[in-house]
Design a protein around this ligand. Structure first.
Ligand SMILES: Nc1ncnc2c1ncn2[C@@H]1O[C@H](COP(=O)(O)OP(=O)(O)OP(=O)(O)O)[C@@H](O)[C@H]1O
Ligand SMILES: [Mg+2]
Length: 285
């Protein structure tokens, strides 16, 4: 009888142990299922990353090829530009004067597009010098003069005599892009103002037009590469301007004017404030 009780107890313990084992087994199976799903998910992510990497390599190769082509086109274009400038000078005050100015402007705008593409594919480190702020403005406006005249645009300049640390070529490219945009939004004429503003930490060069202004829904996108609302725009002008301003420890800001048009401000750090990229809040002090 006693043995039967012991046997019964042993059998009971065995059943309990076996139940616990079953529960553990279930939990373990769940865990294995979860981990298997996790491994599958990670494998998919890895495959996506590998595809992405392969696509990036292809894009880099295409970018390098495009930069090479642009570079090759630019060399003969510079000679054409030089000859066309000489021709424009020779034809000054003749009946062909306007026509040759038109050719020169066309070549310069082509050169501007190619320079933007080259800078996009291969950003350039600025080689800094002291630059008077009015210099890149005047140089760009000289190139754009025929366009300003044809469009009946009235330019007013109020630029201080201040200098900043900048790369003259790159600054010319920024101003070309900003001024060209301002001229393009005023096809029937208007006033183009360029003026300086001074803050505690910065000097800003402002370009104000009387165009149609920037749509609020586009204000976040205008600095994105390839964003353009123009039929034949590449959408690289503002991207390049923004990148060049960053490489000068500055930044660029666009605002819709209260009345008509918009104002683009280029913020440059004042001398001695240049350590690290200048934050917007610091600039707005
Ligand atoms: N002064 C401005 N007034 C209103 N909208 C502007 C002005 N400047 C730029 N934009 C808007 O920002 C977009 C992007 O400008 P961005 O200069 O980068 O390219 P794009 O002028 O369209 O082409 P690209 O400069 O390459 O020829 C323009 O298409 C336009 O919608
Ligand atoms: Mg542009």
């Amino acid at each position: 009888m006693e043995e039967a009780v012991k046997l019964n107890e042993a059998f009971h313990s065995f059943t309990q142990a076996s139940r616990s084992l079953e529960v553990y087994y279930e939990k373990l199976s769940d865990r294995v299922r979860f981990l298997t799903a996790e491994v599958e998910r990670k494998n998919e992510q890895l495959k996506e990353l590998q595809d992405h990497h392969r696509r990036n390599l292809r894009l880099i190769a295409m970018g390098e090829m495009a930069a090479g082509i642009v570079h090759e086109i630019r060399s003969p274009l510079c000679s054409i530009e030089l000859y066309s400038n000489m021709l424009t000078r020779d034809l000054e005050d003749t009946e062909h004067s306007e026509m040759s100015k038109g050719i020169s402007t066309g070549i310069k705008s082509l050169n501007n597009i190619l320079t933007n593409m080259l800078l996009f594919a291969k950003p350039q480190k600025p080689s800094l010098k002291e630059v008077k702020l009015f210099v890149p403005v005047e140089e760009s406006l000289k190139i754009l003069a025929p366009l300003v005249k044809i469009r009946n645009i009235n330019v007013s300049l109020m630029i201080s005599n201040d200098s900043i640390e900048g790369d003259p070529e790159l600054l010319n490219q920024v101003l070309m892009n900003i001024l060209l945009n301002a001229i393009q939004v005023m096809p029937d004429g208007g006033r183009l103002q360029v003026f300086t503003e001074e803050g505690e930490n910065y000097i800003a060069l402002a370009v104000c037009d009387q165009g149609s202004g920037i749509d609020p829904e586009n204000i976040e996108k205008i600095f994105d590469p390839f964003f353009s609302t123009k039929d034949r725009g590449t959408g690289l002008g503002l991207t390049i301007a923004h990148k060049i301003m960053q490489s000068h420890n500055g930044f660029i800001k666009a605002d819709k004017n209260e009345d008509t048009g918009s104002t683009f401000r280029l913020y440059f750090p004042k001398k001695g404030v240049a350590a690290g990229p200048m934050g917007q809040e610091a600039a707005e002090k």
